[in-house]
Write a protein that binds this ligand. Structure first.
Ligand code: FAD
Length: 252
């Protein structure tokens, strides 16, 4: 009798323990958490990937996915930014988690990634904590010396909800190929920047990147489903972008 053909062993993403090393409030509803691997090993991931945290909730261990907000740098430390969702057990747990506590992590995971030295002009569109995987991609690209034109369009409600404002301004000042633009859906009168939803500004920034470019513009969009769907539809229908040129991640 013939032996059964060997099945390839499918390995899932690694499971390891992490410790909350530091945390700070980024915005009224957003907490930035810096975790480090307890085993001291490096945190290996691609910019844009996410990780599952196993949360010991009263109703049992519960997994929640979080985009890695920092860029890979060979160290064991990484950041995530968590929006506190009203009545949400996982995000509330992470907002109340004490520094020093340990959790189990599973990952990295996901295909919403961008190689740091990709040469296509890139438009990053994010709302709320959806900006975090884009932050990882942008830092990784600039740290690798990328000179490709990149624009970040970041949408929030009010000026208080804007994340990483000083950091993004400093990056733009050091790197002429990068610019960050913020649009507010509930802008106060004193706001001098863009207003309204990100969808209203995508076309202008995409056309700016496309002008004179030798490669098609790629769009990286992350946030809640409604915004992601609207931006995907817009760049496909109005700007003729192909599926290959649109990369997206949804949080709900
Ligand atoms: C691939 C992936 C990556 C993610 N990365 C992040 C991240 O970096 N930061 C982050 O805060 N969340 C992120 N999320 C969402 C996260 O996994 C949880 O869903 C979120 O923290 C809510 O969990 P909860 O237990 O508090 O509430 P639940 O009871 O599980 O969810 C309540 C509802 O909240 C809504 N919701 C989920 N996420 C958000 C959000 N960010 N803002 C507003 N409403 C939301 C959903 O509609 C959901 O049905 C990600 C989700 C996915 C699938």
């Amino acid at each position: 009798m013939d032996a059964a053909p060997e099945q390839p062993i499918r390995k899932g993403p690694p499971t390891f323990s992490v410790r909350l090393a530091a945390a700070r409030k980024l915005a009224p509803a957003v907490r930035l958490l810096a975790f480090e691997r307890v085993d001291g090993g490096p945190m290996v991931f691609e910019p844009g990937q996410w990780i599952n945290l196993v949360l010991p909730l009263p109703e049992g261990d519960t997994r929640r996915a979080y985009s890695i907000a920092s860029a890979p740098d060979g160290a064991g430390r990484f950041e995530v930014a968590v929006t506190r969702v009203e009545g949400g057990p996982g995000s509330s747990f992470l907002h109340d988690l004490d520094v020093g506590r340990e959790l189990v992590a599973v990952g990295p995971q996901g295909f919403f990634t961008r190689p740091p030295l990709a040469t296509h002009p890139s438009l990053f569109v994010g709302t709320g904590t959806g900006v975090t995987p884009l932050r990882s991609m942008i830092h990784a690209a600039l740290a690798a010396g990328s000179a490709t034109p990149m624009r970040l369009l970041f949408g929030t409600r009010t000026p208080e909800d804007v994340l990483f404002a000083d950091e993004l301004a400093a990056l733009a000042a050091r790197h002429p190929n990068f610019r960050a633009e913020c649009t507010l859906s509930r802008a106060p009168e004193s706001w001098t920047g863009r207003r309204g939803y990100v969808q209203e500004h995508v076309k202008e920034l995409w056309q700016e990147l496309a002008a004179g470019a030798t490669e098609p513009v790629h769009v990286y969009v992350c946030g809640l489903q409604r915004m992601v769907g609207a931006v995907r539809d817009l760049v496909k229908a109005d700007l003729g972008a192909t599926r290959r040129e649109i990369h997206s991640e949804r949080y709900d």
